[in-house]
Design a protein around this ligand. Structure first.
Ligand SMILES: NC(=O)C1=CN([C@@H]2O[C@H](COP(=O)(O)OP(=O)(O)OC[C@H]3O[C@@H](n4cnc5c(N)ncnc54)[C@H](OP(=O)(O)O)[C@@H]3O)[C@@H](O)[C@H]2O)C=CC1
Ligand SMILES: C[C@H](CCC(=O)O)[C@H]1CC[C@H]2[C@@H]3C(=O)C[C@@H]4C[C@H](O)CC[C@]4(C)[C@H]3CC[C@]12C
Length: 313
């Protein structure tokens, strides 16, 4: 089995974690881990901001949070940006800021991604504006509660439209241009799209759906030698306004910085990575133990939350 450098890092951290418990650390694994980390360090591809200069990029859900920060990073790198969300006033401010930061151009389209026509119209606008597309960053999400599942099936149907089907609709519309440019699709997902986390059942379903669809589509693009990359971005808790409003009372640690998170997403897409894990340690290690000791991982997740503070609404 071919291990990627980032997986070697994850496995090394895992070995350190388990063997530090068994006192083997100083005898066997320190040299091994040293060799592995040296390999990982020297095998890293280098990201350069110039990679994004003049590139034509759509960022959805960019009126606030991680999407807003991605728009600003792209602007600093000299990209053309087209951003979407529902709140026009916020989008106007982000576009203005993007132009101040050096964007090659900056435009917005406002509307809800419940409407599949909007999803397709955003891609048509990119064709109208730029004649093509280099990067599609699918980031928006609909209203997400953090509580016991309330049995509301309609809420799940609506969230699947916003968080999943609109991503598929935009991808279908954008693929002809991305094939022409050899471009990239960045799909923003979550730890909750890879493992079972309590209190986010509807949201988690939509994120698992993204993994299934885009991981299968990536296989087909490879089979047909189509040069379009798909990067699935698996994020842990990030300190955005919405997340802090929703979960700060339950979380035992603060979220990771949204600005750094946004940059790591862009870098992973530009380097055409298969998946991004951010923050690496808190996301990658649970995934490494997920299939070996699922019950142990489930208990770790439950113990990482102040579950007593979640009251059925
Ligand atoms: N923050 C975190 O802890 C984590 C976040 N993630 C993922 O990162 C991504 C961004 O998260 P975050 O920045 O926290 O989210 P925010 O809530 O900060 O931003 C969500 C964005 O989506 C837009 N949006 C909301 N509803 C709709 C809709 N119906 N149609 C179109 N756009 C809509 C919002 O703008 P408007 O309201 O104006 O429409 C906003 O721009 C998401 O995919 C999320 O799953 C993953 C793991 C952890
Ligand atoms: C609690 C989870 C981290 C568990 C761990 O030990 O690492 C967080 C991982 C993913 C987070 C949720 C997420 O994906 C974004 C949602 C979007 C909304 O902004 C509200 C917050 C989220 C429900 C967020 C909540 C914490 C996580 C489940």
């Amino acid at each position: 089995m071919l291990l990627w450098s980032s997986d070697l890092q994850g496995l090394s951290l895992l070995c350190l974690f388990f063997c530090s418990r068994m006192g083997l650390l100083l005898k066997i694994l320190v040299p091994f881990v040293g060799l592995v980390l040296a390999f990982c360090f020297y095998s890293k591809e280098d990201f350069k901001p110039e990679m994004l200069k003049g590139k034509r990029v759509i960022v959805t859900g960019a009126s606030t949070g991680i999407g807003e920060q991605m728009a600003y990073h792209l602007a600093r790198m000299g990209a053309h940006v087209l951003i979407t969300a529902r709140t026009e006033a916020k989008l106007q401010k982000v576009v203005t800021r993007c132009l101040e930061l050096g964007a090659a151009s900056a435009h917005y389209m406002n509307g809800s991604m419940e409407d599949m026509a909007l999803a397709e119209d955003v891609v048509k606008e990119a064709k109208q504006l730029w004649g093509g597309l280099d990067m599609l960053i699918l980031n928006h999400i609909g209203y997400t509660y953090f509580n016991y599942f309330d049995g509301d099936v309609e809420h799940i149907r609506k969230l699947l439209e916003i968080n999943f089907l609109s991503y598929v609709a935009m991808t279908v519309s954008a693929l002809p241009m991305l094939k022409e440019s050899g471009g990239s699709i960045l799909v923003v997902s979550s730890t909750a799209g890879k493992i079972g986390i309590p209190f986010v059942a509807p949201y988690s379903a939509t994120k698992f759906a993204l993994d299934g669809f885009f991981s299968s589509l990536r296989q087909e693009l490879i089979i047909e030698n189509i040069n379009v990359s798909i990067t699935l971005c698996i994020l842990g808790h990030i300190a955005t306004e919405t997340a802090e409003k929703t979960v700060s009372h339950v979380m035992q640690k603060p979220g990771a910085p949204k600005k750094e998170c946004a940059l790591e997403i862009i870098k992973s897409g530009a380097l055409r990575k298969r998946e991004l894990y951010y923050p690496y340690t808190t996301v990658r290690i649970p995934l490494l133990i997920r299939d070996w000791t699922p019950e142990f991982l489930d208990s770790l997740i439950r113990n990482s939350l102040n579950v007593e503070k979640v009251k059925r609404s």
